[in-house]
Design a protein around this ligand. Sequence first.
Ligand code: PEP
Length: 251
Amino acid sequence: MRKGLVAANWKMNGLRQSNATLIDVLKAGLKSSPNVEVLVCPPAVYLEQVGAELDGSLVMLGAQNLHPQQSGAFTGELSAEMLKDIGCSHVIIGHSERRQLFGEENSFIAEKFTAAQRSGLIPILCVGETQEQREAVETEAVVLDQLEAVLVHAGIEAFNNAVIAYEPVWAIGTGLTATPEQAQVVHALIRGKLAEANTAVAESTRILYGGSVKGSNAAELFAKPDIDGGLVGGASLVAEGFLSICNSYSE
Ligand code: PEP
C-alpha cells in the first residue's frame, strides 16, 4: 500500500509575513493521518524561514529546483547539497514551467535527478504533455519520452527513492483539470513503463497528479488506483484550500 503525498508548489509566491501565516494555519488545521505525507516547496529564499516554522511538525520541506553541479561558477544557482544542508527532503525536477520558460531538456533534467539523489534528496520528477500534444494524440509518446530519459540515465532502482508527478501542461494554473479517468490512464501508463523494468519498484513508486487540484476534486482524483496524491500549485497558497486537499486523505 503506497502512502499518499500532497506537495505544495508555491512557485514564485509568498513573503515572510504571509508565509508565516500560511504555515501557522496549516499546522493548526492538518489532521494527522497515517495515509498521507505533506510537503511544502516555498521559493528558495524562504526555505530557511519555512523550515524553521515547520520544525516539530510532520510537514516536510522541499525545493522547486536545483543545479546538477555540486558547486562552482554557476551564478544564481543552488546545488542539491545546499538544499539538503538547509533541511530539504525533496526537490521538484522538470516542472513544465522550467521546461517551457527556461528551456530545460530531458537530458539536463536527468542530470538534476541524479544530483538530487546523490545528496540524499528525493526528486519529484514532473512529466506531462501540452494541449497541442494531447490533441495530436502524442500524450503517451511525450510522457514516456520524458520518463525514459531519466530511466536510462539513472536506472530503475533510482525510482525507489523518487516520486513522479504527472502534470498535463494544459491543466496547470488554467482551472482545467484532467478527469480522474484521463489522469488514471496516464498514471497507469507510467507505472506500466516502470514495471517493464521492475515490478516491485513500479508498485512502490508514488505517482502524483498535478493540474488545478483543489478541495472539490482532490478526493475523486486520489481515489483512482494509480494516483498517489497531488502536486498542488495555486490551491496551495490558500491555507483552507490546501488543508481540504490534504485532509481529503483522512476522510
Ligand atoms: C503546478 O504548478 O505544479 C500545478 C499543479 O499548478 P496548479 O495546481 O496551479 O495547476
